[in-house]
Design a protein around this ligand. Structure first.
Ligand code: BES
Ligand code: MN
Ligand code: ZN
Length: 500
């Protein structure tokens, strides 16, 4: 989709050529006296336009307006969350007329947060998945013009938001693809294509290299599948070589049957989404290639299927991880932590400033937090605070969960150094405790996105989360010292953040 930023007053918006003109109205009076502003004032006086975010008034061929359809939408207090609900409601409503070009205009002054929210919401509400449909109706909306009072001041925020949308949509695309259209090989190929972007390099390892590295836990999960595993190493270099990178690790199970500990049939199709962590890493790199911040970032994606087969791992099997720790597999459905633990061991070689893994790891996290916030686990308070703040700033929120050692009791076993599952209680935390054993000394955080990465039911589909959170977290680190995990309070303007 093509986004454009323009300086548009309400008077200028009235002359904008588009199929639908969406005017975002915050509480408080409009200062101008043009036809559009008068229309807003009249509608309010008549009680036809409430101040509640998301409430709207549709008009057809209103006098003095070039666009045939006009949607006045309230964005309440004008805060990011309200802008998001206003734009979501308006763009969703406008879709019935299959518009090609829409204009979204802020009737009052807005800021960088407003621009980001409006763009993100417009993209979310107009997204359509088409890849595996034979008679696909493509996304009708081709062009979105965003009108603000002063486009010059908001240009950097706009460019960043456009890049974020591209990253979110790449993540959605790969996450939505069914398992037979998104194998480990195909996912690695998608990563390799990102290697063509400026500043990005991609390396893909296969079964032989993984065996040589001693990644026995990752291999164990892959051994029950006819599809060969892949291990993706993405590198974005935007800062001096010496600067320690942030390493992102994404769980890339392209389909999770549960293995011998087979999952129930109901909703098992949704386990094609078990690579949403990996998809979010791809999305982040897509955006980094556009934004080009002065940072170094490494992306690691262990990807394979978790299948049921004659060669598959069995409950009770003991395997040796890359770290040397032996693991008793008590449940083959707890496979995510097995592929992640070896990737965490691999992360050490980058001498990282911080490591963040992103995984659809546990059903227990869905029970704990639902689809609203991702679970955040971290041994490092500064890193945790930075991720929490990034979640708020991007409206892609997370919630910190505990990591007390007492939670690790259930992982003890008589037959290996550690078991891959504890009891049912506190399942999201015990999974994180398992990962923590492999995280080494560097600041580490784990995001359990099992509840937030996709929606079920009639709206079934990937959300693109937590690409927004991760980008916001990374961009806030620009200008930081090499080994410092603590982000600065403020963010420098985008030009200053850019790599040379
Ligand atoms: N991919 C699943 C987690 C999951 C389940 C995400 C349902 C979203 C919805 C993961 O591999 C898994 O199966 N975890 C098990 C762990 C258990 C065996 C300790 C789970 O959550 O049931
Ligand atoms: Mn599983
Ligand atoms: Zn899984």
């Amino acid at each position: 989709m093509d986004f454009q930023l323009k300086t548009l007053s309400t008077a200028q918006a009235a002359t904008e050529k588009c199929d639908v003109l969406i005017v975002l109205v915050a509480a408080g009076n409009l200062s101008s006296k043009d036809p559009l502003a008068s229309l807003v004032a009249d509608a309010r006086k008549a009680g036809d336009l409430s101040d509640k975010a998301g409430k709207s008034l549709a008009l057809y061929r209103p006098a003095g307006i070039v666009a045939p359809r006009l949607l006045l939408v309230s964005v309440g207090d004008g805060k990011p969350g309200s802008v998001r609900s206003g734009v979501l409601a308006a763009v969703s409503a406008s879709r019935s007329s299959e518009p090609k070009r829409i204009a979204i205009v802020f009737a009052q002054a807005t800021d960088a947060h407003g621009v980001r929210s409006a763009l993100g919401a417009a993209a979310d509400a107009s997204y359509v998945y088409t890849t595996t449909k034979s008679k696909a109706e493509p996304r009708s909306i081709r062009q979105v013009v965003l009108g603000v009072a002063d486009s010059g001041a908001l240009r950097d925020a706009f460019d960043e938001a456009v890049a974020t949308v591209a990253g979110v949509e790449l993540a959605k695309e790969w996450a939505n693809r069914p398992g037979n259209h998104c194998t480990p090989t195909m996912l690695a190929e998608a990563a390799r294509e990102l290697g063509a972007l400026p500043g990005i390099k991609c390396e893909v390892l296969g079964p032989k290299e993984i065996e040589k590295l001693g990644m026995g836990a990752f291999r164990a999960v892959a051994q029950g599948s006819a599809e060969p595993l892949r291990f993706v190493v993405l590198r974005y270099q935007g800062a001096a070589k010496e600067q320690a990178p942030v390493v992102l690790v994404g769980k890339g199970i392209t389909f999770d049957t549960g293995g011998v500990s087979l999952k129930p049939a109901a909703e098992m199709d949704e386990m094609k989404f078990d690579m949403c962590g990996a998809a979010s890493v791809l999305g982040v790199f897509r955006a980094l290639g556009d934004i080009r911040p002065a940072l170094n970032v490494v992306g690691l994606i262990p990807t394979c299927e978790n299948m049921n087969d004659g060669r598959a791992i069995k409950p009770g099997d003991v395997i040796t991880s890359m770290s040397g720790q032996t693991i008793e597999i008590l449940n083959t459905d707890a496979e995510g932590r097995l592929i992640l633990c070896d990737a965490l061991s691999y992360a050490k070689r980058f001498n990282p400033a911080a490591v963040v893994d992103i995984a659809t790891l546990t059903g227990a996290c869905v029970v704990a937090l639902g689809g609203v916030r991702s679970g955040l686990f971290s041994s490092d308070d500064a890193l945790a605070d930075a991720l929490l703040a990034a979640g708020e700033a991007s409206q892609d929120r997370c919630w910190r969960m505990p990591l007390d050692d007492d939670y690790a009791e259930g992982l003890k076993t008589n037959f290996a150094d550690v078991a891959n599952v504890a009891g049912r209680a506190g399942g999201a935390v015990t999974a994180a405790k398992f990962l923590q054993r492999f995280a080494g000394d560097f600041p580490w955080a784990h995001l359990d996105i099992a509840g937030t990465a996709w929606k079920g039911g009639s709206a079934k589909g990937a959300t693109g989360r937590p690409v927004g959170l991760l980008l916001s977290f990374l961009l806030a680190r620009v200008g930081e010292g090499a080994a410092d995990a603590t982000p600065r309070k403020g963010r420098k303007p985008s030009k200053a953040r850019q790599a040379a």
